[in-house]
Design a protein around this ligand. Sequence first.
Ligand code: FAD
Ligand code: GLY
Length: 380
Amino acid sequence: MSKRFDAVVVGGGVIGCAVAYELQKAGVKVVLLERGTIGQESSSAAAGMLAPNAEADQDDEFLRLCLKGRALFPRYLEELEERTSQRVEWHQSGLLRVPGSEEEASVLARRYQWQKEAGIRIQWISPEEIRELEPHLKPTTRHALYLPDEANLDNAQLTRVLALAARSRGAEIREHEEVRAPILDQRRVLGVTSTVGAYYSGTTIYAAGAWTTRICPTEETSIPVIPVRGQMLALRAEHPLISRIIYSRDGYLVPRSNGEILVGATVEWAGFDKRNTAGALERLLQAALNLAPELESATFTRAWAGLRPGTPDTLPILGPDPFWQGLIHATGHYRNGILLSGITAKLTAELVVQGRTSFPLEAFSPDRFHVSAKTQSTTR
Ligand code: FAD
Ligand code: GLY
């Protein structure tokens, strides 16, 4: 079997589905190939936070990309609902960033200063204000950063709705079909072969998450995407204990509208191992109880793990491959792939359709890993 499309998207996580939707919306005929089912990996394992400020250490291109990514969400979800009649649960809940020690409180106080100067809505709130916002947090919580614009959504639902929206625009979404290798001609990628057949296209987009390196054309020109395990668990309390995201160095709590409180997450370099381990779950539970002691009597409902697509510098990998014409990367989103899904898709579609993007992608370019290899290839 051999078929021709304008674009082949590899990977049916939140990034691949968002890219397929945006391309098809721009009139590009897309096939998306997913080796299992839509959203089966990191995109369903995530906590669904749209929280660029909670982790930002500096005002840089990455923070700007994340803020742009968050800003488009409310309208983006409305657009998806108009198209699919499916609502993605979304809350601009706000987030409390709680320090674990006086030392960390000084670090957060500095963060407060620069984020405020950068124009971010942020408050350094008193114990009384903490109590007013979240009465069930540990009574001794003395400091917190309050970020009212941080939000969260149901990430598994978002991924499914994106796939549905892409399909309704005319994209072909093929599950249970694994991409084996790119089809190469000289320095060009002409498409991919899969477990079912061959797909030819002008543009091939790799959005295979933590597995992207495996399908790069050659080892020496591959991009480095590294699996970073995140273990999570969920609790259900008798009555709602928190209404905002509570974020600390040791763990975070994300309230969901079905009554569950998600507790996350570990950051582990354990290869492609998605097990839950006893030690990690114990530490997550301890972190949760430290933040909100009344969770002690909550019901444990489930635990899971996902593999974040990490990169050596923790930045995503976005844009054309430096060696292989016709190949574009949309991967390496590490801790923020849900947040960055919409903006990644819009910029990738701009690249495919117009050959340029409305936001600079230099800081995220795949070139950055290949300085020496690129020199070799141009002198060869
Ligand atoms: P994935 O969702 O992993 O999708 C890649 C897909 O490619 C998979 O479905 C896979 O089956 C498929 N695939 C791989 N190889 C092939 C092949 N050869 N052929 C066909 N298909 C293939 N981000 C946030 O923004 N907010 C959060 O709160 C958040 N919390 C997180 C918590 C945890 C515990 C974890 C693990 C991650 C979290 N993230 C969060 C990160 C986020 O989940 C990821 O950045 C995002 O899901 C990456 O999406 P993706 O589509 O690139 O990858
Ligand atoms: N962004 C939260 C996580 O990756 O755990």
